[in-house]
Design a protein around this ligand. Structure first.
Ligand code: ADP
Ligand code: GLC
Length: 493
């Protein structure tokens, strides 16, 4: 690590950060990765939109700049806005782009109360990206000038595009957390966003006749990363490239897959603030107490020895929720119990609730976002289901392993890179950490869940498996260093 780079200045541009505002894994990564980089000596700060929840959670924010028309000149009818500065609970400094007209509202951060995308998302994240780019240019209104802008997902995708037109632009890293979400909008919005028409071309922001925020980031950023080595390969194929595979294959020398880590301050069996019963690999009695607490909380029968399957996640095709729902009745007849936490697709929610009504005591569902219950499921379940059709990285399978809750996963993306299939050899080597199946469908899920149940019945084998999972290092250390090296290499060029 060269000395002068220890103090490099990085702005981490993201649309969510735990515990303040979270819809998925991006929030967890946006909290933990900057913290790990700060600990390595990087002068890193986060930029987040000023959503209602952010202004409520961070009351100590100070105004550092009030935007006037001269800073955001080319943004059409730019409403009143300010840049605020505060600190995240981790101590990482955070800039908040406060623009009430765009971010201060009820509903979700990307969607309204009825689950429809906000009609002005292009403006909301276009202006956000514009502000990030401004901070990374010679025209920045504040004195702290990042050398690197680390942009996350489509919401920050326009940053590298804006920087094409900026004076003394910062370098950019674009991280893909999920290529299925691309931020594609009608090109008519370009002038309103202050982008010239000359970037609207195949070698630019155009993507099948639309303006694509993700494409913009992938085309213009100086370096690309995604959240697991396997996914870095998969997105260069037609099957999982969502139309971007050609561009990604073309830029593959600049594309690095870096596995996410887990935040051990938040997800830790010995300190988890959401749990009454703590435990570790040496004494798993606390885990049994959590299982009982989970059964009680969800109205399941209080049986200590029945295998309890858990799932936490968005109810979508990506996560294979339809496959779980199809397999649910057979699964609980093994016999087993099943607890589901999540929300999303209305039809899937209905099916899940109907199953829970049909099989009280055996199958329980909680629809909604519940951080406390997510921790209790990770700690209290025996087996964790993750039959995702694709999974850029996935955090829950890592939380599960750390919690001694053995994952059953489809061999895709980050699940391939983090779960080693159980067999006598991998068990003897102390490497086995779950049950893996190829081709995500109900039959394969059930066959693999059954393999897990057989293993569960042999206490000696099961405990060996739990110990091998719990001894794995999922910390951010190695991955944060990989990001550090990418920043440093870019600055060397
Ligand atoms: P993704 O980002 O694709 O949704 P990840 O596995 O990377 O998937 O991360 C999901 C994160 O969101 C995890 O921290 C998980 O515990 C959390 N999560 C998902 N759904 C819920 C929910 N309904 N309640 C609480 N936490 C949830
Ligand atoms: C995305 C992906 C998930 C990943 C997370 C954090 O939401 O779907 O696999 O773990 O981002 O990188």
């Amino acid at each position: 690590m060269t000395k002068h780079k220890k103090n490099m200045r990085v702005l981490f541009v993201t649309s969510e950060v735990s515990p303040i505002i979270k819809t998925g894994g991006l929030a967890d990564v946006s909290a933990a990765l900057p913290t790990a980089l700060l600990e390595m000596g990087v002068d890193i700060r986060v930029l987040l939109p000023g959503y209602t929840q952010v202004l409520q959670a961070l009351p100590e924010l100070k105004v550092v700049f009030e935007f006037g028309s001269q800073q955001l000149t080319d943004i059409f009818s730019m409403p009143a806005s300010r840049l605020l500065l505060g600190k995240l609970p981790s101590g990482v400094p955070i800039y908040v782009f406060d623009c009430p007209e765009l971010y201060l509202r009820g509903g979700g951060i990307y969607q309204d109360e009825n689950g429809f995308d906000w009609a002005d998302n292009a403006q909301r994240y276009g202006v956000f990206s514009k502000v990030a780019a401004l901070l990374g240019s010679a025209d920045s209104p504040i004195s702290w000038r990042p050398q690197i802008l680390h942009c996350n997902d489509w919401q920050a995708g326009l940053v590298p595009a804006y920087l094409q037109y900026a004076d003394k632009p910062a370098l950019t890293v674009m991280t893909i957390h999920n290529l299925a979400f691309q931020g594609n909008f009608s090109a008519e919005i370009l002038p309103e966003l202050g982008l010239p028409w000359d970037c609207y071309k195949a070698d630019g922001v155009e993507f099948y006749g639309q303006l694509s925020f993700m494409k913009a980031g992938l085309f213009y950023a100086d370096h690309l990363t995604t959240v697991s080595p396997s996914y870095a390969g998969e997105i260069q194929t037609e099957e999982l490239g969502f139309g971007m595979q050609g561009l990604l294959a073309h830029r593959s020398k600049l594309l690095t897959g870096i596995l996410n880590g887990i935040d051990l301050d938040v997800w830790n069996t010995t300190t988890d603030s959401y749990l009454k019963h703590h435990y570790d690999a040496g004494d798993l009695s606390g885990k049994a107490a959590n299982k009982r607490a989970l059964q009680q909380h969800m109205g399941l029968q209080l049986e200590a020895d029945i295998p309890l399957f858990g799932l936490v996640g968005r109810f979508t095709q990506q996560k294979g929720l339809d496959i779980v729902l199809e397999a649910a009745e057979t699964l609980i007849s093994l016999p087993a119990q099943l607890v589901l936490l999540g929300g999303g697709d209305i039809e899937m929610q209905r099916t899940a609730v109907a199953l829970a009504q049909q099989y009280p005591g055996q199958l329980a569902v909680h629809i909604g976002f519940d951080e406390h219950l997510a921790h209790l499921i990770e700690a209290g379940a025996d087996i964790f289901l993750m039959p995702s059709r694709f999974e850029p990285c996935g955090l829950n399978q890592m939380y599960s392993q750390h919690y001694g809750t053995i994952p059953v996963v489809h061999a895709t993306g980050g699940l391939i890179d983090t779960v080693i299939d159980f067999n006598p050899t991998t068990l003897a080597q102390g490497k086995a950490s779950g049950f893996v199946f190829k081709r995500s469908n109900g039959v394969n899920l059930l066959a693999t869940a059954y393999r897990a149940v057989i293993a569960y019945k042999n206490k000696k084998i099961w405990q060996a498996l739990q110990k091998s999972c719990m001894s794995k290092d999922f910390s951010w250390k190695g991955s944060a260093k990989a990001y550090f090296d990418i920043y440093a290499n870019l600055m060397d060029k």
